[in-house]
Design a protein around this ligand. Sequence first.
Ligand code: FCB
Length: 452
Amino acid sequence: MANRRDLPAGFQWGAATAAYQVEGAVAEDGRGPSIWDVFAARPGAVRDGHTGELACDHYHRYGEDVELMRGLGLDGYRFSIAWPRVRPSGSGAVNKAGLDFYDRLVDELLAAGITPLPTLFHWDLPQALEDGGGWLARDTAYRFAEYARIVVDRLGDRVPAWITLNEPFVHMVYGYALGVHAPGRALMLDALPAAHHQLLGHGLAAAVLRERGHQVLIANNLTPVWSASEAVADVAAAAAYDALHNRLFTDPLLLGRYPDLSAYGVAPDLGGSVRPGDLELIAGAGLDGLGVNYYNPTRIAAPTEPAGLPFAEAEIEGVPRTAFGWPVVPDGLRELLVGLRDRYGTALPPITITENGCSVDDRVAADGTVHDQPRIDYLAGHLDALAAAVAQGVDVRGYYTWSLLDNYEWAEGYHQRFGLVHVDFATQRRTPKASYGWYRDLMTAHRVSHGR
Ligand code: FCB
């Protein structure tokens, strides 16, 4: 049995957060409104009307948070940069005070011996760009590349590697197809241009970053797709779902083409958005690493209504569930990674797990501790599965757990706790959970076994 302690020497251990989920300070130092400020203010959009107005107040407490990271012994910290802090209306004037915040954060991380791994877009689009069509508008891709240049010009002397986008699949589907995330548009398949324009933005930004000698990754939400049965109709439905969830966001990057979406009645130009030369831009910039966000597999059956989408989601039975209700299937991570290697072969760059973790109904006990054994079990199981994939020859360079802190979980508000550190949102008190000590000890044991 592969064991997490056998992960290769030099393996990067990390934890992740995202700007809107932790920073707060939404109206400070010149930050412009983002689509999440506007969406969260809409009655009924987010559970209990929660917003990211204060979140973990990380904008003011980043020093304390970096101390927690230092105590943990992280090699790397994945955070995101809020585009509306840097360029409040998405185009036009740059807000120096916004960049100053990330400058301070990067310096603080480096002083603690932690490598910063920033994500340029983790869903908080400047509202002014949304008013011009958001990611449905081709122009947004060009604005994204400009923003990337502004950020790298300021932080690039200290930041070696960058993640362009976080989960373009989830942003397109939840934000533009179903409307359960910002910007709250429910366009179903008419949302597909938002996929292409995000990928185009990735390609344009990646070119800027790589020209300057930086490493570039993208963080994709990927899932192993299980057919509900061997029946031809279920297998076809699973393939259609795989095309939408996984291939749509990875084939263009690694193979320079979109997958076949004919099961959806969609032509290869994705609603007319793909122009000649675009795929060359998307694939041509190259990727130094593929970021994989893994939470659970997906089970798919043939649709029950012939007129709608070409798949139906089926329950995964007989496995534990997180507090969020997500199925816990650690081996799905090994299956996913081995599947990527088999699918893309030599076109697959090294992989970094950029998110993996679970929500637990954590409470601070009377003795002041937080016993999050389900999280420890989740992390241990997934790290063993990761080690199994490495033993099967998959090149995985690092693991960033989601998340460092309990934070604003999008449409669930503050109801889902994913952190290694408990946050009391009324007092902003941070309490390291049992998983924090467990992760710290694992990293130490791994380093010691490799003489680091
Ligand atoms: C991912 C998001 C991240 C977090 C986790 C639980 O889809 O990228 O921001 O919300 O889910």
